[in-house]
Design a protein around this ligand. Sequence first.
Ligand SMILES: [Mn+2]
Length: 343
Amino acid sequence: MSYDPDQAPLATAGLFGLPFTPEEAQLVIVPVPWDATTSYRAGTANGPAAIRAASHQLDLYDVEFGEAWRAGIAMLDIADDIAAWNHDAREDAEPIIAVGGRIDDADAELQHLLARVNTASERLDRRVYAEVDALLAKGKLVGIVGGDHSVPFGAIERHAQDGAFGILHIDAHADLRDAYEGFVGSHASIMRNVMTRVPGVTKLVQVGIRDLAKSEADFIAASNGRIVTHFDQKLAEQKLDGRSWRAICDDIVASLPPRVYVSFDIDGLDPQLCPHTGTPVPGGLSFQEACMLLRQLVAHGRRIIGFDLNEVAPGPDGDEWDANVGARILYKLCGWTLASRRG
Ligand SMILES: [Mn+2]
């Protein structure tokens, strides 16, 4: 192939400016433009297109893992039908979000809308499951790009068909709410749904969590160690006391089994790195801390079976910063996933 990664890519080029088709690529990204139940601020449905555009700025030689792109990385086309489903479900969801999900049992209209949103979420889960299933059957590695954090459910469910694994979950929120605002498929409920409906996930290791409901704390406490939550405040305290981030990463990785799925909510990072994400919270991981955590995961021999990156939202005025950061995290996820399969 006469591709030169040192040349500026054409605007029409694929993810990272690469020339690979999904058939040629070893790692395929499934974009999911979905943010139907985003409570605070919508816009993450535009994440995949924004990340693809911003990814053209990246230089593809990575100091940590070299030329990961040579394995072939491609993003599927952004599905128009998913975007249309999202539009319709968002319209149904808005009156429910407006009342904070406080729906009177006697309110037949809102009950009806809620049922429709929940059905749409289920349809999305089945769609993502089928996309991932088809790619895994072709021997591809698969990453999901949202969209809000509800989008990877079908992918996680599909991976569980191939054996038990743990999830490394980077996020500002625990995402353990029970049907937040009534939405079963809420972004705030993704890990609750995974832990209650996907028994193949034997461990959930959460990092950066700093916004938590009492019901979520209770759910963690009742999990008998199946959920390990590294709260941002506790991580910051260790760092401020002079403990090395490497040692902290080693602790985090130690509780994960050999096969790991990475679920990366961009709001786990410092909000300066994701100012337009749906639910920003002060605190969080620096870019380099996140990179080191992924590096240590692989250094300790964990095999990354798949991943998602979610909640990246471009600025309303076309501000590319969030997508720029997102594209760089995405390349790290791709590179470490590929590296974890070697040797
Ligand atoms: Mn999340």
